[in-house]
Design a protein around this ligand. Structure first.
Ligand code: C2E
Ligand code: CA
Ligand code: CA
Length: 943
C-alpha cells in the first residue's frame, strides 16, 4: 500500500510542473472570480448610495415645498382671517371693526415673515392676503416679489416656481362655509434650496435642480456649468438609474455618470453628476480584473519557462562535465589507436603499391590483347622491322597467312615506293618522338591497294631501350570520303562539278601571291552565256541545266591543266589563267585572248539538248593581272565589266577590260531611268518604214519605235528595246506602241490615199506570253477604231520557243478578228519546221542579215531561197527586209513574187513624211513600171 503510493508519487514527479501549473491556474481563477464579484458588489453599493442620496435630496426639496404649502394653508385658515370674514359678513364697518381684524392679520403675517426661518435664513420674502376680487387686503414684505394672479386656480393649495425671478410662490384658498372668499400667497426665495444642492470636493456643483423645461434652477452659479446647455437632454434621462453620459447628451461631460431623481408632486428633478473615480473610488473595473488575471497567467508561464530552462541548463552542465571526462579518456585511447593505425597503414600502402603495379600490368596486357585482336590491322616487329606477329585483322586484310608474314618486313605489302628522304624522316620521328603516323597504302596479296593510316609506336623496356615496334593500319577510307564530300560541297558546284565561287576566289588569291613572287602575269576570263535567261524561262530549268553542264565541259577542254574553270553562279563561268609567264603584259594578253577565242569557237557547234538543238554563244570579258595586282574583288569586277562590254558589242564576242567601260555601264542604268520616265510621259513614238509589193506598189509600213532622248538625240530601238525587256518595261512600251499604230491606222482610213495601207507592229516574246494579250489588243482596236484587217503583228522566233500551243491559241483568236501575222527575223533563230506548219501565219520575213550578203555569201542566198520555197509550200507570202541595193532587189525578184522593205524603198519615216510618200504613191499616180523611193534627204524618187 505504502510502496504503491510511493510509486504513484514517483510516477507523478516528472509532471510536477504541469500539476503545479494546473493548481495555480485553478486558484487563480478562483481568486479572480472572487475579486470580480467583490468589486462588482462594491460598485453596486456605490450606486445604491448615489441613488439614496439622490432620493434623500429629492425628498428634502419635496418636504420644503410641501411645508411652504402647509404654511400657506395654515395662514389662510388662521383665526384672524376667520374673524375678519365673520365681521365682514356681520356688516361691520371697515373703519372701526374690520381695520382691527386686518391689523391683526398683518401682525400675524409680519411675525411669520420675521420669524419663520429655514436653515437659518428667513423663509419668506412676502406674505399677502387677497380678497375674492384679487385685491390685496394685507401685504407684507417686498412688494416687488410677485404673488399669484387671479387667473390661477386658488380653490386648491398650490406651489408655483417663478424661474425668472427665482421665487417660490405657495398659495392657499381662504374658505368660509365651503366657498372661497380669498387667498393667501407666500413668496420664498428659491435660493433657500441652494444649501441643499451639494458641491464636490473642488467646489464645483455636482447636484443640480432641473426645472420642467430643462432649466437649471440651482445652484445659482449655474451659468458657468456646462450642463446648462444640455439641460433639456438631461431632463430626458431615465429617472432613478445611474447612466454614463454619452456624447449626445453633453460632450463636455463625457465619462461622467448621471442620476436624475424626480421630486414628488412637482415637475422638478434633482440631477447628480459623478465621475467614475468619485463614485467607485479605487474599485477595479471588470476589464482591469481580466488584464490582471492575464498578466498573472503570463507571469506564471514565464516563471515555468525559466524554471524549465534552469533545469535544462543544470542537466546540460552535468552532461558536459561528464562528456569532458569521457573525451579525455577517449583522447588517450585515440592516441594509442592512431599510432597503431599509422603502423598498419604503412604496411597496407606497401601492399597497395605492389597490387596496383600488378593491376596496371594486367590491364595493359588486357588492352594490348584486345587491341591486338581489334578491327584494325596490327603487326609487331623487332627493332629491324622484321615481323614477329600480326593480328587476325591484318591477316585477313592482306590475304597473307601468318606464316607468310612472319619473318618478312613491311616491304612485302608496300603499295608505293617513296623516296629515301621519306623513310629517313619517318624513322627519325619514330626514334626521336617514339612514333610516326601518316598515309600509307597497303598492297594485298592479290595486288589490290588499300588506303590506310599507319601509326608506328616504339615499345621500350624498363631501361628505356626500344625492343619492338607496333604498326597499326587504320581504315580511314570512310573518313576520307566524308572529308572529300564536304570539300566538294563547300568548294565545288554540284551541277557542273567545277570549283565554285569560294574556291575560285581562293585560287585567284593564291595566284596573285605567286605572281607577285614570280613577277608574272595572269588573266581572268568572265564568261556569260547569251540569252540564257530566255532559254531557261522558256524551255525550263532542266534544259538550262543540261546546257550548263555541256558548256562546263566545253570550256574545260579549252584550258591548260594548271588553269581553273569555275562556275561563278547562274550562267556565269570564270576561267583563271594563273600563270601567263613573266613576259610583257602584251604577250600575256595575246595568250589570254587565244584561250578566249578558243572558248568562243568551242561554242560554234550547237548544243544537243534533249530534244532541242540549241545554238548558244558566250560573251567573254577578260582582264589581265600584273604582279602588282592584289585585290581579287577588283579583278573580278573588271572582268565582269569587260564581259558587259562584250555583250553590248553584240554578244558572242570577247572584250578586254578598259576603264572606259565603267562609264558605259553607268550610262545603261541612267538610260533605264530615262526610259521609264519618258514612257510615262508618252514621249516615245513610231516611225513608219514602207513595205511594197513586187511591182513597187506601196502596201503599208512597219512601225518602228523611236525614242527622242532629251540629251542623246534619237535612241535606237536596238539599244532601248533590250533595256526595256530587262527592266520590265516592255509590256507598257508594247501596249503604247500598239495604241499609236492603231490610232495611225484609224486616221489613215479617212484619206483615200492612205485608207488601204497596212501597219506591221513588232511584238516582243514577253508581250505574247502575257495572259490577257488578246484582250488587250482587242480593246486597243476597239478604242481606236482601227480596222483589224490592216493590222499585222510581227513575231520573232523567240516567241515560239516555249508553249507553242498557247501562242497558236492566241494567234487564232486574233486572226478571227482579222489581225495578220508575220514571222520576223526568220532563219536566225531555232525555228522548227514542224510547228511552222501549225502556226496561223500570213507571212515570213527574210531577215536583213541574209539580204545583206545575199550576193556575196552563197549560204545566205541559199537560206533566202529556202525561205521562199518554204513559204510557197506553206501558202505564205514573203517579205524581204533590209533591201538596200538594186542588185539585192534584182536577185530577190528573180526568186519569185516577193514583197520588200528596205532603204532602197524608203527609210523609217515620221508619220507626216510617210503620208507625203503615200500620196505620191496613190494608185492614180503610180504606174506598174514605176518604183518610188525616198532617199536619205527624204526626196521621193522614181526608178
Ligand atoms: P526589226 O524588226 O528587224 O526591224 C527592222 C530594222 O531594220 C529596223 O531597225 C529598221 O530601221 C532596219 N532597216 C530597215 N531597212 C533597212 C535597210 O535597208 N538597211 C538597214 N541597215 N537597216 C534597215 P530599227 O528601227 O533600229 O529597229 C531595230 C529593232 O528594234 C527591230 O528590228 C525590232 O526588233 C525592234 N523594234 C523596233 N520597234 C519595236 C517595237 O515597237 N516593239 C518591239 N518589240 N520591238 C521593236
Ligand atoms: Ca520587225
Ligand atoms: Ca527583222
Amino acid at each position: 500500500m505504502q510502496s504503491s503510493l510511493i510509486r504513484f508519487t514517483r510516477s507523478l514527479a516528472p509532471h510536477w510542473l504541469s500539476i503545479a501549473a494546473g493548481a495555480f491556474l485553478l486558484s487563480m481563477f478562483f481568486l479572480i472570480g472572487n475579486l470580480y464579484s467583490s468589486q462588482m458588489e462594491l460598485r453596486q453599493n456605490a450606486n445604491a448610495r448615489l441613488v439614496s442620496v439622490g432620493e434623500a435630496r429629492a425628498a428634502e426639496i419635496s418636504d420644503f415645498l410641501s411645508e411652504r404649502r402647509q404654511a400657506a394653508v395654515r395662514l389662510a385658515g388662521s383665526e384672524d382671517i376667520a374673524n375678519y370674514f365673520t365681521n365682514l359678513d356681520l356688516g361691520m364697518s371697515v373703519r372701526y371693526g374690520l381695520f382691527a381684524n386686518l391689523a391683526a392679520i398683518e401682525r400675524r403675517f409680519q411675525a411669520t415673515l420675521d420669524e419663520e426661518k429655514y436653515q437659518g435664513q428667513l423663509a419668506y420674502v412676502r406674505l399677502a392676503f387677497f380678497d375674492r376680487n384679487g385685491i390685496a387686503q394685507v401685504d407684507v414684505g417686498a412688494s416687488s416679489a410677485p404673488t399669484l394672479s387671479l387667473t390661477v386656480n386658488r380653490a386648491e393649495p398650490s406651489i408655483q416656481i417663478d424661474e425668472k425671478r427665482r421665487l417660490i410662490v405657495a398659495s392657499a384658498p381662504v374658505l368660509r362655509k365651503g366657498t372661497m372668499r380669498g387667498a393667501v400667497d407666500t413668496v420664498s426665495s428659491l435660493n433657500l434650496l441652494a444649501s441643499l444642492v451639494s458641491t464636490n470636493d473642488l467646489g464645483q456643483p455636482n447636484e443640480f435642480l432641473l426645472g420642467d423645461e430643462g432649466d437649471v434652477l440651482l445652484p445659482v452659479e449655474r451659468e458657468r456649468s456646462p450642463i446648462v446647455a444640455h439641460g433639456r437632454a438631461l431632463t430626458a434621462l431615465q429617472s432613478g438609474r445611474i447612466q454614463p453620459l454619452s456624447n449626445l447628451e453633453a460632450p463636455e461631460l463625457k465619462g461622467y455618470l448621471a442620476l436624475r431623481t424626480p421630486i414628488g408632486g412637482t415637475r422638478l428633478s434633482v440631477l447628480r453628476l459623478a465621475s467614475e473615480d468619485d463614485l467607485y473610488g479605487n474599485t477595479l473595473s471588470p476589464v482591469s480584473v481580466f488584464y490582471i488575471g492575464l498578466f498573472a497567467i503570463i507571469l506564471f508561464g514565464l516563471a515555468i519557462g525559466f524554471e524549465r530552462m534552469r533545469q535544462n541548463a543544470a542537466r546540460l552542465q552535468i552532461k558536459f562535465t561528464e562528456s569532458n571526462r569521457h573525451r579525455a579518456e577517449l583522447a588517450e585511447h585515440n592516441l594509442s589507436l592512431s599510432q597503431e593505425i599509422e603502423r598498419r597503414e604503412a604496411i597496407e600502402n606497401d601492399l597497395q603499391r605492389q597490387s596496383e603495379a600488378l593491376d596496371k600490368t594486367n590491364a595493359e596486357l588486357r588492352i594490348a590483347a584486345a587491341a591486338f585482336n581489334a578491327q584494325e590491322g596490327m603487326i609487331v616487329t623487332d627493332t629491324k622491322g622484321v615481323i614477329l606477329s600480326a593480328n587476325r585483322a591484318f591477316v585477313s586484310l592482306t590475304g597473307y597467312t601468318m606464316e607468310e608474314l612472319i619473318g618478312q618486313t613491311a616491304r612485302l605489302f608496300r603499295a608505293h615506293r617513296r623516296n629515301a628522304e621519306f623513310y629517313q624522316s619517318m624513322w627519325n620521328s619514330v626514334k626521336n618522338a617514339g612514333g610516326w603516323q601518316g598515309d600509307m597504302s597497303l598492297r594485298t596479296k592479290s595486288g589490290e591497294h588499300c588506303a590506310r593510316w599507319l601509326t608506328i609506336s616504339a615499345v621500350k623496356n624498363e631501361a628505356g631501350e626500344v625492343t619492338n615496334y607496333i604498326g597499326s593500319y587504320y581504315d580511314v577510307s570512310k573518313l576520307k570520303h566524308a572529308e572529300e564530300k564536304i570539300l566538294e560541297l563547300a568548294f565545288f558546284d554540284q551541277l557542273t562539278g567545277l570549283p565554285n565561287r569560294v574556291l575560285l576566289i581562293d585560287r585567284v588569291r593564291q595566284a596573285l601571291n605567286a605572281n607577285t613572287r614570280n613577277k608574272s602575269f595572269g588573266a581572268l576570263l568572265f564568261i556569260d552565256l547569251d540569252n540564257f535567261k530566255t532559254l531557261n524561262d522558256s524551255l525550263g530549268h532542266d534544259v538550262g541545266d543540261q546546257l550548263l553542264k555541256k558548256v562546263a565541259q566545253r570550256i574545260s577542254r579549252c584550258v591548260r591543266a594548271d588553269d581553273t574553270v569555275a562556275r561563278f553562279g547562274g550562267d556565269e563561268f570564270v576561267v583563271l589563267l594563273a600563270n601567263l609567264g613573266t613576259q610583257k603584259a602584251k604577250a600575256a594578253a595575246l595568250q589570254a585572248e587565244a584561250i578566249g577565242e578558243q572558248i568562243l569557237s568551242a561554242f560554234v557547234e550547237t548544243f544537243q539538248l534533249d530534244p532541242y538543238e540549241y545554238p548558244c554563244t558566250p560573251s567573254i570579258g577578260v582582264t589581265l593581272f600584273s604582279p602588282e595586282d592584289r585585290n581579287v574583288d577588283e579583278l573580278l569586277k573588271r572582268a565582269d565589266l569587260a564581259m558587259y562590254d562584250a555583250k553590248t558589242a553584240g554578244r558572242n564576242s570577247l572584250r578586254f577590260f578598259d576603264p572606259v567601260m565603267q562609264i558605259m555601264i553607268s550610262a545603261r542604268a541612267s538610260l533605264e531611268a530615262d526610259l521609264r520616265e519618258d514612257l510615262k510621259k508618252e514621249r516615245l513614238l513610231l516611225h513608219y518604214q514602207p513595205q511594197v509589193d513586187h511591182e513597187g506598189r506601196l502596201l503599208g509600213a512597219e512601225a518602228l519605235a523611236r525614242w527622242p532622248h532629251a540629251e542623246r538625240g534619237v535612241v535606237s530601238p536596238s539599244e532601248f528595246i533590250p533595256v526595256a525587256e530587262s527592266a520590265g518595261l516592255i509590256l507598257p512600251l508594247g501596249a503604247s506602241m500598239l495604241k499609236i499604230a492603231c490610232r495611225q491606222l484609224a486616221r489613215w482610213s479617212a484619206d483615200p490615199a492612205t485608207e488601204h495601207l497596212t501597219v506591221a507592229i513588232n511584238v516582243s516574246a514577253l508581250q505574247m506570253r502575257q495572259k490577257n494579250f488578246v484582250e488587250e489588243v482587242r480593246a486597243i482596236i476597239e478604242q481606236t477604231g482601227a480596222d483589224p484587217h490592216l493590222l499585222k503583228i510581227e513575231l520573232t522566233e523567240s516567241t515560239l520557243v516555249s508553249n507553242v500551243d498557247d501562242v497558236i491559241a492566241k494567234m487564232d483568236k486574233l486572226k478571227a478578228i482579222g489581225v495578220g501575222f508575220s514571222l520576223d527575223d526568220f532563219g536566225t533563230g531555232y525555228s522548227s519546221l514542224s510547228y511552222l506548219k501549225r502556226l496561223p501565219l500570213d507571212q515570213l520575213k527574210i531577215d536583213r542579215s541574209f539580204v545583206k550578203d545575199i550576193l556575196v555569201d552563197p549560204n545566205d542566198a541559199a537560206i533566202a531561197q529556202m525561205i521562199i520555197a518554204l513559204s510557197k509550200s506553206l501558202g505564205l507570202s514573203v517579205i524581204a527586209e533590209g533591201v538596200e541595193t538594186d542588185e539585192q532587189y534584182a536577185f530577190l525578184a528573180s526568186q519569185g513574187r516577193l514583197n520588200y522593205q528596205g532603204y532602197l524603198f524608203g527609210r523609217p519615216l515620221p508619220p507626216e513624211d510617210f503620208e507625203r510618200f503615200a500620196r505620191a504613191f496613190s494608185p492614180r499616180r503610180s504606174s506598174r513600171q514605176e518604183r518610188l523611193f525616198i532617199d536619205r534627204d527624204l526626196r521621193i524618187k522614181r526608178l
